[in-house]
Design a protein around this ligand. Structure first.
Ligand SMILES: *Cc1c(COP(=O)(O)O)cnc(C)c1O
Length: 497
């Protein structure tokens, strides 16, 4: 299996090269040259495996340059009860008639990003070894909360790597800030930026592309890499849990082998739902992929009209991990849907960069509507949904997951579609405790973050994840706050250069 670049189909690299490079030199994203297939027999067999083996089975089809032993090394280190609070790794909760919550937040940082970021460090170091890249890998991350913490936990004390995370001083939840400031590990760094998420992200991009900095790292046996979802090594682990959940439903007798399901995904950067698309095209029977957005609803409009237009106000919401106006992974979907037309991709994404807008062809519009449904909801509807689900089913979900539940309910009411559905549940409700508690109690409260956690624990039957409960006692290790201008010097100093 080779990987092509979405902006130049002539670029073909191995998976080890795709993972170490992160992004292709001309700016394209790497996609597998074909989508490997799973037969019904294979899907049935996967149902009898434990999660790490399910993952290894799927990876063997994509990472064909990895040996079985290399894949096992990665999966065994990542998907064990050492890192996850549940044996099943990705827990399926039966919510209400024909609806299943795929809980992807039982990992060390209580958000679905762990599913990929627990394994990415092993993919990266294994890939680097395979292609004789004898360099220390330096990961720089700009985060609005979840990715940074998940990357820190994934890379902490992984030999041959170091990681530095930048977050906007006032742009993350109190719990997210505590999680990052108390991070343990000998190869980690965390620093707040006086500015917003874009300032953090632009700063990191500037450092990444600065040739003088690159040279300095090279001279000292180091290289930069990315833990962002543009990296194929972050996407392929996400395909696994959709395959796994289908096989599991068949095994448990909830669905017949071959029966179609809907998959509902609360979406930001389009990584998680693209993984569901790959699972479908590998052979998992799927009716609709339902893309749920908050009021930053650029994707709802795109799927329904074929026009992508980021020229709109940016809103800070109670589902901050979906506050995004440029969904990078859409580029991969459009490359596939245009029949790998790199010229069209260059044209559209060039327009996105220069005018903030592009419109796809009628053929692609039809394909989008055939595969996807899309909807959005606002903060009031999000909180109302958390309250409804709690009262109707005694189930407490986080704000991002609630967006998906609301959009799914609207879809079901509008279409009458009763296909059984899997909803991706992307974060622990405790991570966004202010909005969740307000939804459960029907009023805001000014008790502190930990008191809110305790109160949610009293109200719901979901235990407080050990990783969040333990934060209370942990000492803060990182308190630096710098300006954007200081970012580059800060990184060089931290690396001892
Ligand atoms: C990152 C994130 C999302 C959005 O996922 P994408 O892959 O960016 O679409 C949704 N919910 C939570 C809790 C997240 O952390």
């Amino acid at each position: 299996m080779l990987y092509k670049s979405t902006r130049n189909s002539n670029v073909k690299v191995s998976s080890a090269e795709a993972i170490t490079q992160g992004i292709s030199a001309e700016g394209g994203l790497f996609v597998p040259e074909s989508i490997p297939q799973l037969t019904p027999d294979e899907i049935r067999a996967i149902g009898d495996m434990k999660y790490a083996d399910r993952a290894a089975y799927v990876f063997a089809k994509y990472l064909t340059d990895f040996t079985d032993a290399e894949i096992r090394y990665c999966t065994d280190n990542a998907y064990s009860v050492k890192n996850f609070e549940t044996e099943s790794i990705a827990e399926l909760a039966h919510l209400f008639d024909g609806t299943y919550m795929l809980e992807l937040w039982h990992g060390p940082t209580c958000a679905f990003k762990d599913m990929a970021l627990q394994i990415l460090p092993y993919f990266l170091t294994t890939s680097a070894k395979k292609i004789d890249l004898d360099k220390k890998i330096v990961i720089l991350v700009a985060t609005s909360g979840d990715t940074g913490k998940a990357a820190l936990e994934g890379f902490r004390d992984v030999e041959g790597t170091s990681i530095m995370v930048f977050y906007p001083e006032d742009g993350v939840s109190p719990m997210q800030k505590r999680q990052m400031k108390t991070q343990e590990g000998g190869n980690v760094g965390v620093c707040a930026i006086k500015g917003n998420f874009d300032d953090c992200q632009n700063g990191v991009k500037r450092i990444f592309t600065d040739n003088a900095v690159k040279q300095k790292l090279d001279d000292n046996g180091m290289m930069f890499s990315s833990a962002n979802s543009i990296n194929w090594g972050r996407l392929v682990p996400q395909v696994v849990y959709y395959v796994s959940s289908y096989a599991e439903l068949v095994k448990q007798g909830e669905i017949e082998q071959g029966e179609k399901i809907n998959i509902v995904v609360p979406t930001g950067n389009f990584g998680n739902i693209l993984a569901a698309y790959y699972a479908k095209h590998m052979g998992i029977p799927v009716n609709k992929l339902i893309c749920a957005s908050n009021i930053n609803n650029v994707l709802t409009d795109f799927i329904n009209t074929g026009v992508y237009d980021r020229n709109r106000a940016f809103h800070a919401t109670v589902s901050p991990s979906m506050d995004i106006l440029i969904s990078s992974n859409l580029e991969r979907l459009l490359y596939i849907m245009t029949g790998e037309n790199d010229e069209l991709i260059r044209d559209w994404f060039g327009k996105l960069a220069s005018e903030g807008r592009y419109e796809v062809t009628d053929d692609v519009k039809a394909k989008l509507l055939d595969e996807f449904a899309a909807g959005f909801c606002d903060d009031e509807q999000t909180k109302a949904t958390i309250g409804e689900i709690y009262r109707e089913y005694s189930y407490t979900c986080d704000t991002h997951t609630a967006v998906a539940v609301k959009v799914y309910r609207d879809y079901k009411a509008a279409t009458g579609d009763t296909t059984k559905s899997v909803i991706a549940s992307t974060a622990s409700p405790y991570k966004f405790s202010a909005a969740v508690l307000e939804a459960l109690e029907g009023k805001t409260s000014d008790i502190d973050e930990y008191a809110k956690v305790d109160r949610i624990a009293e109200l719901s039957d979901i235990p407080v994840p050990a990783a969040l409960a333990g934060l209370r006692e942990k000492p803060e290790r990182f308190s630096d706050v710098i300006t954007r201008e200081e970012q580059e010097q800060y990184v060089l100093r931290a690396l001892g250069l």
